[in-house]
Each structure stands twice: as structure tokens, then as C-alpha cells.
Design a protein around this ligand. Sequence first.
Ligand code: UD1
Length: 331
Amino acid sequence: MRKKVLVTGGAGYIGSHVVRQLGTAGYDIIVYDNCSTGSPKSVLYGDLIIGDLADLDHLYLVFAKHEFSAVLHFAASLIVPESIIHPLDYYANNTRNTLNLLRCCHVMGVNQIIFSSTAAVYGEVGENPVSEFTPTMPINPYGRSKLMSEWLIKDYAITSSLRYVILRYFNVAGADSSGKLGQISPKTNHLIRSACDAALKRKPQMQIFGTDFPTPDGTGIRDYIHVEDLATAHLEALLYLEMGGESQILNCGYGQGYSVRQVIERVKAISEVDFPVIETDRRDGDPACVTACADKIHKVLGWQPKYNDLDLIVSTTLAWERQREMVSGTK
Ligand code: UD1
């Protein structure tokens, strides 16, 4: 019998890529998403139930109707500046809703969960690369809401049969090569998206937030991971839990950093557009350098990334952004 999994947030950027891989691998999929930032069009496999994790009664009904072998939990709010302005919304949508999900897992006996966490749980890191043993000291409500969710999962696992894989994402970017999936939320303004917007003339210029960091070219360094490799890590994590693997926290990154200037240079080269770049002050709370130590995920899951290539990340983002404009007519 095909295994049935619940994917919360499966209509969103990362969730939709994972749903596609799960569908290809033969899983039966129920996507639960309020479509606040995701889109039904991004759900290429399974059934979509429009619902909010805050609605515990509805969620119970969904669990009661289906027999899930595992839950993959993506649904969350993830914009750091917004989390500072609306912290309660972040604790509600991220932490409280993870609690709701765990309550349903408890009642219905679902004992495998894969949780989307973030490198933001580490906060202002003093050392690089960052390993899973680096102390967690998040510096904003977004990071804290995710870390609190991790604690809920870990504490509940101590007194139950729950086994988990918590994946801490570094800087996720890129889009699937078929052009069917990519970042659709207009709210996100991460570096590669921002540079592609400038290349596509959706804005007259882009900004570099800080050129006086203690890095070789003075700009921030991050570990950009292609969304398809990240999606594969979820399938491997699921297989790992199905084979009886014990609970794990795993960094998801390549262990290789690129500076803001290097990224912009590649976007200009690949798009063949020399857009204006303004150098401004540092953005509040931006660390100089964050790269992942990815040894553990390689060892535990045998994860072998296929798209560890900044040019590919940039070119798939550009292709997606171009076609998103054509298909939806929105910028
Ligand atoms: C962001 C989130 C982080 C989250 C991660 C993955 C913030 C502050 N942090 O990381 O919590 O885990 O996404 O979802 O939102 N930059 C520019 N110009 C731009 C945009 C960015 O110079 O227009 C710089 C930033 O200062 C930074 C680098 O580019 O040095 C990457 O920024 P961004 O893509 O926003 O991601 P992070 O802030 O690293």
C-alpha cells in the first residue's frame, strides 16, 4: 500500500518542490495549506486541503479521515523584519501551530515528523562553518519561534514514540528546472530574488546592505542551497525515519559561502544586464558570514547534492522569474 503523508505548507516554495518529489516517488499526499503565500497551482501531486493550522478542529478532522504515516511540516511565516514588527503573529503561526500539529499527531498516533527549521536559530554566530553543536541564540522572533517549535518536538519525542528529523535550512534559492515551480510569494526579498528583480527591470536598482563586514570583499557571505537539493534531503529524511532511524537535527547547506558582490556579479553575467547597485548601510541583525557544516547530513542521510553551483541557482531563479511574469502577468 502506498504511504500517505501530510504536507503542511505544501503549496509554498519549498513545500511544493518536496511534494513534487514525493509524488514522483509514489507517495499518497495530502497538502494542508491556507494559501496565504502559496498557490494551489504549485501543488502538482496529491490533494490540496485549504485550511489553517490554527483551526485545530479542522485539523483533527483531516487527521481522522486519513491515515498518515508521517507529517512534513513546512507551513510557517518566515520574514525576519515582519517577525520583529508582529512577534505574536509569528509565535502563533509558527510555534502555536506546531503545537496544534503535534496534538493531532499525538491523538492519531502519527509518530514521524520532518520539520522545516532554519539557520536563523543559531543567531549571531561567532564561528564558521556552523555545526549542529553550535549554540542556538536566535536574535529575532522568527528564529525564536522556530527554535521553540524545535523544543516542542524534542520534548514531546522524549515521552512518546515520535521520531523526528529537524532540517535547519541555510539560504534556499533557485527553482526547479521544468519552470513549473519557484518562489511565488511577492513578500520575499532575499538577495538572489532581489538581484533578479533588478536584472528584469522590475526595479531600477538594488542595494548592497553593508560593505564594511570583515569579509574579503566587505559584503555578507551566505551558503546558498538549491531548492531541489533541499527537497531531496526531505525525501531522504523520510526514508531514514521509515527505516527506523533515530531522531536527528541536520543542517542543510553546501558548506560553501558566496559574498553579496559575488552573487550580484553572477546575476549580471548570466542575465547580461548591468543593473545599478547602490551600496548602503548594514541591515539590522545581519551577520557577516554564515555557512553550514554539512558533514552530519552527508553521514546520516547519505545526502549527495546535485546542484551545488551558484550559476545554476541564479539561472533557474532567472528562468522562473521570467516565466512567472509571462504566466501570471504579475511582477
Ligand atoms: C534570510 C533570513 C533568515 C532565513 C534565511 C532563509 C533575514 C534577515 N534573514 O537570511 O532568517 O533563515 O533568509 O530563509 O531576513 N542582501 C543585500 N541586498 C538585498 C538583499 C540581501 O545586500 O537586496 C544581503 C544581506 O545583507 C545578506 C545577504 O544578502 O548579507 C543574504 O540576505 P538574504 O537573502 O535576505 O538572506 P539572509 O538575511 O541571510
